[in-house]
Design a protein around this ligand. Structure first.
Ligand SMILES: [Zn+2]
Length: 189
């Protein structure tokens, strides 16, 4: 997920925690691969840890607050996020499962690294509780509200093959699709 304000917020120039690292290519909507349903991770091993570290690096590089493996064309249930002010508290969530969500809803502006330049309001549950494995294979439970709750729901949607623009009207989605296809063509020229 991407925040509109995060584009202009100052970023830490600290040396990255992970190395060696790789910046992965992020798929752009309407790439059909974004609609692939991710499979559960069978074993949390070095391959998954490397994937997660590269995803974190890619997320920071792209000024995002969350990234799902689906977006880098790996169709396994891995999500990374960092909703901290300083962008120094990355979380790895493997095989995340929703345990509970509130009836209370919130509407907030969302953006997505796979839908560059588009920000729009989406309504979500205000609070969620999930469990997920961390990068060491330990089960963690997260109670989240605010931005983190929104980010969790946004990223878990990606793992199910769903992009946030699918919550918008058909008219808006058609416009977004047209705009991004055009931008892609110009890049390829
Ligand atoms: Zn996204």
């Amino acid at each position: 997920m991407r925040l509109f304000i995060s584009q202009t917020s100052p970023r830490t120039a600290k040396k990255r925690q992970y190395s060696p690292m790789a910046i992965l290519t992020i798929l752009s909507y309407p790439d059909p691969r974004l609609h692939t349903v991710a499979k559960p991770v069978a074993v949390v091993d070095d391959r998954i840890r490397t994937l997660a570290a590269d995803m974190i690096e890619t997320m920071y590089e792209s000024k995002g607050v969350g990234l799902a493996a689906t977006q880098v064309n790996v169709h396994e249930r891995v999500v990374v996020m960092d909703v901290s002010e300083e962008h120094n508290q990355p979380l790895v969530m493997i095989n995340p499962e929703l345990l509970w969500k509130s009836d209370e809803r919130i509407k907030g502006e969302e953006g997505c690294l796979s839908v560059p330049g588009v920000f729009d309001n989406v309504e979500r549950a205000a609070q969620v509780r999930i469990q997920a494995l961390d990068e060491h294979g330990n089960m963690q439970t997260y109670e989240a509200d605010g931005l983190m709750a929104v980010c969790i729901q946004h990223e878990m949607d990606h793992l199910m093959g769903k992009v946030f623009v699918e919550y918008l009207s058909l008219l808006k989605r058609t416009r977004i699709r047209g705009k991004l296809v055009k931008a892609q063509r110009e890049l390829e020229r």
